[in-house]
Design a protein around this ligand. Structure first.
Ligand SMILES: NC(=O)c1ccc[n+]([C@@H]2O[C@H](COP(=O)([O-])OP(=O)(O)OC[C@H]3O[C@@H](n4cnc5c(N)ncnc54)[C@H](O)[C@@H]3O)[C@@H](O)[C@H]2O)c1
Length: 382
């Protein structure tokens, strides 16, 4: 049986523990490994890396992972023959760690965003490319069942010409004053890499680019609606980062995307993320798992008349898209593809160049908000 060593840095964090360790790497081990094109399995063998010895020991005991080390600065853990370095640390710590791993000849895979600014993201992407190591970035939203159904509709040309895309993302993140917040406090401090634009626009970049086409311009308004929050220790702190962003983007082929991203909104829709696509032949609304459609032949002909009671239920005009298949956890699915990329050289287009484009869109959106104008996004050379 072939094994592949994976150095997992930041594994005690929310994403590192739940999505990457438990639902991906350990789940793949339970399945008996990733099947290579030859039919042979390759089994991931993780080493847990982080700052806090106590947390690492507990995590390793809870999940029966033998190898762990409190070596977040990678003083020694890059010396061994583990092939892959994975990073889900807080974003500001990522670029240096990736550069060290690349220098040590590791193939590198990481959470988004690739870096906090475009120059650094380009440096990391170019170094990885020049060093001939394999590189990949998490783009989990592409494998959400709802988005896979949307992709299926696009592939079968359901929409005709796509006119516009509306992304509604968000939910109420508690401020911590009465009930504890459900997200880490660094998300609300700009100086620690927080901000909803920093967090979400790297997702919007690959979602838009993969499903609808390249983003050509962005006009964005950012807000910090709630200026004070309470942290994990019950201490009040200044929320310096944006907690909501309202953007309009122009995509290739004249498609317009509007995106509301907010941690200060209460949900009155089917899901935490909803993407509505309107086309000449039909429309669809995708959530995290479900997707519904309305063909032009089922489209009602509403007339504006607020003087009479509403008789038509607009929700009834939509049809559910069936599953027709099993859906795997999105993070696990992408991990399997990255491992096959490393071991069997299978294609893996979700690389650091795509990661850098995510940071480019993020940076352009902040610039648009600062300068109060529409910003063009030029194609990136890696
Ligand atoms: N793909 C996604 O959907 C998704 C969702 C949320 C977060 N993320 C990304 O994952 C990364 C981690 O986010 P998270 O929500 O798991 O955060 P988290 O705070 O729960 O975990 C952060 C990890 O980094 C480590 N760390 C190192 N230095 C730190 C410092 N100075 N302060 C705090 N932690 C430090 C922590 O020990 C921990 O292991 C971020 O880069 C974030 O952008 C991705």
């Amino acid at each position: 049986m072939q094994e592949i060593g994976i150095i997992m840095n930041g594994v005690t964090g929310r994403m590192g523990t739940n999505q990457h360790l438990i639902r991906s790497i350990l789940a793949i081990r339970e399945d008996g490994g990733v099947e290579l094109p030859s039919g042979e399995p390759v089994v991931p063998d993780p080493i847990l890396v982080g700052r806090n010895e106590r947390k690492l020991r507990r995590l390793s005991e809870e999940h029966g992972v033998e190898r762990w080390t409190a070596d977040p600065d990678l003083e020694t853990c890059l010396d061994g023959d583990d092939e892959i370095y994975f990073d889900s640390q807080v974003t500001p710590r990522r670029p240096d760690a990736l550069l060290k791993a690349i220098e040590a000849g590791k193939d590198v895979y990481c959470e988004k965003p690739l870096a906090g600014d475009l120059d650094t993201a380009l440096e990391v992407a170019r170094t990885a490319e020049r060093s001939d190591v394999k590189h990949g970035i998490v783009q989990d939203k592409l494998w959400l069942p709802g988005l896979l159904k949307l992709q299926r509709l696009i592939d079968q040309e359901f929409f005709g010409d796509i006119l516009s895309v509306r992304v509604e993302f968000g939910y109420w993140v508690f401020t911590g004053h009465v009930q504890p917040a459900q997200r880490p406090s660094w998300n609300y401090r700009a100086e620690d890499g927080g901000g909803i634009i920093d967090d979400m626009f790297s997702h919007w970049s690959y979602v838009l680019e993969n499903l609808f086409g390249r983003v050509e311009t962005v006009q964005c308004l950012e807000k910090t609606h709630i200026p004070e929050r309470v942290d994990e220790d019950g201490e009040p702190y200044d929320a310096t980062a944006d907690d909501a962003a309202y953007a309009i983007m122009e995509l290739e082929d004249d498609v317009v995307a509007q995106l509301n991203s907010s941690w200060t909104v209460r949900v009155n829709r089917d899901d935490l993320l909803e993407i509505q696509v309107d086309g000449t032949e039909g429309s669809a609304v995708a959530g995290l798992r479900d997707c519904k459609t309305q063909h032009r032949s089922n489209t009602p002909k509403p007339e504006w008349n607020p003087d009479t009671p509403k008789e038509h239920d607009f929700y009834e005009d939509w049809e559910r898209v069936p599953n027709n298949r099993e859906f795997e956890n999105a993070f696990k699915h992408q991990w399997k593809q990255f491992i096959r990329h490393v071991v069997a050289d299978e294609p893996f287009p979700w690389d650091f160049a795509a990661g850098a484009r995510g940071v480019q869109l993020t940076e352009a959106s902040y610039r648009s908000a600062d300068e109060g104008r529409r910003v063009a996004i030029d194609p990136l050379e890696i």
